[in-house]
Design a protein around this ligand. Structure first.
Ligand code: PLP
Length: 827
């Protein structure tokens, strides 16, 4: 559906500057996601960290002509305005976006399911789509677009053909739900469950539950777990007046009674009674979360009067929901992006956006392998015209189409220099095309029936079965966790990516941090910095340990060095002068008690004289480092450091007219000494999920996992491994896994000192850990060859290992050796 610009102006109460005619089809909040410039309306949102208005000139250059912006931003961009552009000026662009979504929603008199809760929202949404879509045209939130910005963009997708809407609502603090409620206006509400996520901004779980329930104002029916006391009490208290389908496994009086749940090896059977009828179904899952999600879906299907036989038939075929875009290393220097999420235009657009960002790394061509897109409700001609537009606007170099429909639309893709079409996945595999892919970023996007897993299998580089899986979404959640502790929003953050990002891998981490507007990245040596630059990182980079031999690299790649003594400073100035460089930014380190590197406060007058005497370099910041900010035993010392630092920084600042940024806090300091956050903080270990104060895990980022190679029965009298150190007390099942001390598995964890997890159970290391392999005891664990072993991860925190080794988590994280493949994913 498209809206004339006049009616949008009126609807959001904007002052319109410009008189261009336009019909708006697309709303945009992230300039990187642009696909259809002429029909796009860009909302310049201001967040704590970024101002959307910055991107307006660039968007104009790319053909966007319609913008919603605030009075302040308009003042700054006034000279850019012209009759050929429409500037819609409003008080609050986010509110305007939400208002537009509200009015759009009001055009539809269809059932809309609103889903909220702490876990399972996306899976319930996707499963409902699987269960209900054969009979109706459904519009649903893409992936997990459930925020203040995500919800309006989701609701905007409702079009004339829509028969049912399914939208997620996610909140992280009090008061956020009412705006989401007004946009979604659900008629059917599902509360999946209530847990501790985002708890920091809520007073109590009850408060959080009540806030979530406010989504269901004016719903016809609400669905929830009737056995959950907290939820049941809150529903009672909130007096929503809707019909309730509370399901219960214990209370036969509840509207939906779950009489029996039986788990078999690979499926679960659920028997239920609804409206005095007994029925049952199976799902191909056995975990508790899946069962809970299925019961919520069951209630919604029953309410929508889906016949019991259909529910049974479709439940049995539920598919797991892949929530991630997986990035894998491919053969022939390719990067594989596997999107098995689902196949429709919106998710194609999101995945293409991701592809473009990953391919910016030098020299990678953009290749899309796309199957027929099924069940969109659009005609083949319209659908592939849209696909062709998207593919063109995203600058795809090569298209490989798989399936009869996309092949029949070959002519639409004539604009592409390289294009290939195959009737089936098998035909593509049988050709030699896959072998000829080289130095390409390849996006695999296929409907399920096309079984693109076979392609992924063929293209993936297999070296070593041990991988470090890195959750980029969790890292960003950690970044935001610490940002929320900043007293002033303008305080900048330096993200420490030294030591290959504490073991997680520099490039992907730096890239992701840059996308989330980290103010600075910091690495140890110049070569780490130049590698990032060559890979396309443009963010400001601090070099913590510049070697005197590397100055040229610093200048060539604009890497800002830390300077900690006169010898280094003099050499740097000399080198810069020789190159004719002026005002090169440096970061002055003060020693306030660490006694490692840095100028003492006594040396500052001399430092000032030296700096004033030249213009090759200029102090951009002044900083110092805490000795023991994580430990209250050192608080008096820490405060002394802060005092000394303030004094030194003040002395330096007073000699210069420009602002010199001050920073002293590391991760622990941000939390324990908020008064010392000054202009900038340096976030290290916290980014990677460890709270250094109590060694708790914030959001786990890294998972080190491997695969069982072989399982052997060994008699009780035998020993395992080198030097016969693995003594057995009983006949045992011993598994060998391909990870050893050369991979970073510390040898001192062997001989029963620690364990890994196999299928959720503890498997102790038996005997000495070898160089590339080690053995674990799986006698009491149901497992087989090929099963995964988790060395550390969500359920086995890295701090368990560091405690066992009597060291700090930093050491364990940075010990994972370079030969262990890093695999990245984003939630
Ligand atoms: C490594 C480092 C940090 C980060 O410390 P964390 O404890 O990991 O937060 C901060 N400042 C300097 C100078 C560092 O070298």
């Amino acid at each position: 559906m498209s809206y004339p610009i006049e009616s949008i102006t009126q609807c959001i109460g904007a002052r319109r500057i410009g008189s261009r005619e336009a019909a708006i089809d697309w709303l945009l909040t992230d300039s990187r996601s642009l696909s259809f410039p002429e029909e796009t309306l860009f909302f310049a949102l201001t967040t704590k960290r970024n101002t959307g208005a910055r991107y307006i000139p660039e968007l104009c250059a790319r053909g966007v002509a319609n913008f919603v912006l605030s009075e302040d931003d308009y003042k700054k961009l006034k000279e850019k305005s012209s009759p050929e552009l429409n500037f819609l000026v409003v008080r609050d662009p986010l509110k305007a976006l939400q208002k537009l979504a509200e009015l759009h929603r009001e055009k539809f008199r269809i059932p809309v399911i609103g889903i909220t809760g702490s876990n399972g929202k996306t899976i319930v949404k996707e499963w409902l789509h699987q269960l209900l879509s054969p009979d109706r045209f459904i519009v649903r939130s893409p992936r997990s677009y459930n925020s203040q910005v995500g919800v309006p963009l989701s609701v905007w997708q409702l079009g004339e053909e829509a028969e049912l809407g399914i939208f997620e609502a996610g909140i992280s603090e009090m008061g956020e739900m009412s705006a989401l409620q007004r946009m979604i206006k659900p008629t059917i509400g599902i509360l999946t469950n209530i847990g501790g996520a985002h708890q920091e901004n809520f007073f109590s779980l009850q408060e959080k539950c009540m806030e979530k329930l406010s989504l269901f104002k004016n719903c016809d029916v609400i669905i929830y777990d009737g056995d959950n006391e907290l939820i049941s009490n809150c529903v009672l208290k909130s007096m929503l007046g809707a019909r309730e389908i509370a399901w219960s496994r214990t209370d036969i009086e509840r509207p939906l009674y779950i009489s029996k749940v039986t788990k078999a090896e690979d499926h679960t059977t659920v028997a239920y009674r609804y409206l005095d009828m007994d029925n049952s179904f199976q799902i191909p899952f056995v975990d508790d979360a899946s069962i809970e999600n299925a019961l919520n879906c069951l209630a919604a299907c029953l309410y929508l009067m889906t016949p019991a036989e259909q529910i049974t038939e479709r439940m049995a075929r539920l598919e797991p929901v892949a929530m991630r875009l997986e990035v894998k290393e491919g053969k022939n220097a390719c990067v594989l992006i596997n999107d098995s999420y689902n196949s429709d235009l919106v998710s194609l657009d999101i995945a293409l956006d991701f592809l473009v960002r990953r391919s910016e790394k030098k020299g990678l061509k953009r290749t899309l392998i796309l199957s027929d897109i099924l069940e969109t409700g659009q005609s083949t001609a319209t659908l592939y015209r849209r696909v062709a537009q998207l593919v063109q606007s995203r600058g795809i170099d090569k298209l490989i189409g798989v399936g009869a429909e996309i092949s029949s639309c070959e002519a639409r893709f004539e604009g592409l220099s390289e294009r290939y079409f195959f009737p089936s996945t098998e035909a593509l595999l049988a050709s030699d095309l896959l072998k000829r892919l080289h130095s390409e970023a390849i996006l695999l996007k296929g409907s399920r029936v096309f079984n693109f897993d076979l392609l992924s299998e063929a293209l993936e580089l297999k070296v070593h079965e041990t991988i470090l899986e890195v959750n980029l979404g969790a890292m960003i959640a950690n970044l935001n966790h610490y940002r929320s502790m900043l007293r002033r929003p303008e305080t900048k953050v330096v993200c420490m990516v030294k030591a290959a990002a504490y073991g997680a891998g520099s490039y992907e981490i730096a890239k992701t941090l840059q996308e989330h507007h980290a103010d600075y990245l910091a690495v140890a040596v110049a070569d780490e910095g130049s590698e990032l630059r060559k890979a396309g990182i443009t963010a400001s980079i601090i070099i913590m340990n510049p070697e005197t031999t590397s100055f040229k690299t610093l200048f060539d790649y604009k890497l800002e060095p830390e300077v900690y003594n006169f010898h280094l400073l003099d050499a740097l100035i000399k080198a810069a002068e020789k190159e004719g460089i002026t005002n090169f930014p440096i970061h002055v380190k003060l020693d306030t008690g660490m006694h490692r590197l840095g100028f003492t406060v006594d040396e500052i007058p001399q430092l000032v004289r030296r700096l004033k005497n030249q213009n090759a370099v200029i102090p951009r910041s002044v900083f110092s480092h805490f000795v023991g900010s994580d430990d209250s035993r050192f608080d008096a010392f820490t405060r002394r450091q802060i005092e000394l630092f303030e004094q030194g920084a003040q002395e330096l600042q007073s000699a210069f007219a420009h602002k010199i940024l001050r920073h002293i806090c590391n991760t622990a300091g941000i939390e324990r000494f908020p008064g010392a956050q000054f202009d900038m903080v340096r976030l290290g270990i916290g980014l990677y999920g460890v709270n250094p104060i109590d060694n708790s895990i914030i959001h786990n980022v890294s998972t080190l996992k491997t695969t069982i190679l072989q399982i052997r029965d060994v008699s009780g009298e035998d020993t395992v491994g080198y030097s016969r150190m693995g003594h057995l007390e009983r006949p045992s099942r011993i598994a060998a896994i391909p990870i050893g001390y050369a991979d970073g598995l510390n040898r001192r964890l062997g001989r029963g000192n620690a364990y890994c997890l196999v299928n959720g159970s503890k498997a102790p290391y038996v005997g000495n850990i070898c160089m590339d392999v080690c053995m674990i005891d799986v006698t009491d664990i149901d497992c087989r060859e090929g099963d995964k072993a988790i060395i550390f991860g969500d359920d086995l925190p890295i701090t368990v290992l560091s405690d066992k080794l009597e060291t700090i988590p930093y050491e364990v994280l940075t010990s994972v050796s370079a030969r262990v493949k890093r695999v990245y994913y984003q939630d």
